[in-house]
Ligand binder design. Structure first.
Ligand code: PLP
Length: 437
């Protein structure tokens, strides 16, 4: 259903920073099969989230009204039809608005907060804090005192650190967040306000993660959340599929293998889109297909699919910069764990320009009032390109918006201004950037 491309021509397009959409050359027929994890593992993660819901409702005011369940709305996307040049025809469009997830304002609320909860549960059990079975005990002074002995450590481009720092501190855990140079100042400031230690790195995401990992070696009181290599994060993201199924049932959406729903997922290291795809595949099989979307300057997962036998291949190896306004996706090398778990179930890949991302941030804002960061808008640019290729026979499309609702006004304004093309006021301007679409 998505145009095929030879590996060599796709690689050439990647090197030329030319936006592309093409079928995953490594796709396997794995419908409904989960590899090492089963639906039971994902349901187990979902049950853990439910056990924690009452205490989360106490710790986070924004969760009081939703009984501690961190979830995002499924929104109709008709208002955007005109912006796709009416090429959608009769295909329905849906938006899964993780950009509006409470607490973290991004998809990282699924994986990052979930792994913090796993750690809290492990420590609490070890110290007998959960002997009564009452999770509200985790908000007690005694529990906080116990948890304060431990520190959660993570390396991030911004949003993962943000979600982990805020949730760890809410339980009284220490939090040490190693931020790559891409991370935005407001996220660091907000983290410091809640008492997290923010370590700033001059280097990229991969070096921030490596440094964070190193500081945790042989120290049982420091717990490293490894964005490049965590099955726990992966399962946290996968629970999204269970929630989406419930929302589909309510909305009467019933995709089938003959008329599948195509889902667009912004991708950095691969954890969030990989976990979500994995869950969707377990629940919907071939009825739901996923397309991973990356910036033309940081297409690490796409590159990995084109060079599947090179686990450490990086975007620098093909002459790219890893510099993009999509800071949540500025990652040079894909997660090998995620590639192995999900690389065979992805339907297709797309790359998009910074220009297109900024244009869609504006377009979505004007048409729907949804506030997106550039990463969070990637699915729109990819669907636009897919429709322009004219190939589609799908029952509908779903665009996962992965972040942005918490962007401060001035940050959001800077993204809106990017569109206006005044290089003096474009904080993200890069020399030599061209609109190639
Ligand atoms: C992290 C992030 C992604 C991609 O998730 P990965 O797990 O890095 O692939 C996409 N969009 C936003 C807004 C993010 O913060």
């Amino acid at each position: 259903m998505i145009t095929k491309r030879s590996i060599s021509s796709a690689l050439d397009a990647l090197k030329r920073r030319e936006p592309v959409v093409f079928a995953n050359p490594q796709k396997m027929d794995l419908s409904g099969r989960g590899g090492p994890f089963t639906l039971e593992d994902v349901e187990d993660a979902e049950r853990r989230l439910r056990r924690f819901a009452p205490v989360l409702a106490i710790l986070f005011p924004s969760l009081a009204e939703v009984a501690g369940i961190i979830e995002s709305p499924l929104l109709p996307g008709e208002a955007l039809g005109a912006q796709f040049g009416n090429r959608l025809a009769d295909s329905p469009l849906w938006i899964k608005a993780d950009s509006a997830l409470p607490v973290a304002g991004s998809v990282k609320a699924r994986g990052g907060i979930y792994e913090v909860l796993c750690f809290v549960e492990t420590i609490a059990r070890k110290h007998g804090l959960l002997d009564s079975g009452d999770y509200l005990a985790l908000a007690s002074p005694r529990a906080r005192e116990m948890l304060a002995r431990y520190t959660v450590v993570v390396g991030s481009t911004g949003n993962l650190g943000f979600s982990i720092g805020l949730s760890a501190r809410a339980f009284g855990l220490g939090a040490e967040i190693h931020m790559s140079s891409d991370a935005k100042a407001w996220k660091k400031k907000r983290l410091r306000e809640v008492g997290a230690a923010v370590v700033e790195h001059a280097g990229d995401y991969q070096s921030a993660v490596a440094e964070a990992r190193r500081t945790c070696m042989q120290n049982p009181e420091r717990y490293f959340i490894d964005d490049e290599d965590s099955e726990t994060l992966f399962l946290g993201y996968a629970t999204a599929a269970i929630r989406l199924k419930q929302q589909f049932d309510v909305a009467g959406i019933a995709p089938s293998a003959d008329a599948p729903l195509v889902v667009f997922l912004p991708c950095g290291v691969g954890g969030a889109p990989g976990g979500i795809s994995f869950g969707l595949n377990l629940i919907f099989g071939n009825a739901v297909r996923t397309v991973f979307v990356q910036p033309v300057d940081a297409p690490c997962f796409v590159l990995r699919a084109l060079r599947p036998s090179e686990p450490s291949v990086s975007v620098y190896d093909i002459g790219l910069t890893n510099r993009t306004i999509a800071d949540g996706m500025a990652v040079p090398c894909a997660s090998d764990l995620v590639y192995r778990l999900a690389g065979g179930i992805i339907e297709g890949y797309a790359t998009v320009t910074d220009r297109a991302l900024a244009r869609w941030v504006v377009g979505v804002w004007k048409a729907t009032g949804l506030r997106l960061e550039p990463s969070g808008a990637a699915g729109f640019a990819a669907l636009e390109a897919l429709l322009a290729n004219g190939a589609e026979k799908a029952a509908g499309f779903l665009i996962w918006t992965t972040g942005g609702s918490l962007l401060p006004d001035d940050e959001f304004q800077a993204v809106l201004d990017f569109q206006e093309g005044d290089s003096e006021t474009r904080p993200y301007a890069q020399s030599g950037e061209q609109e190639t679409q």
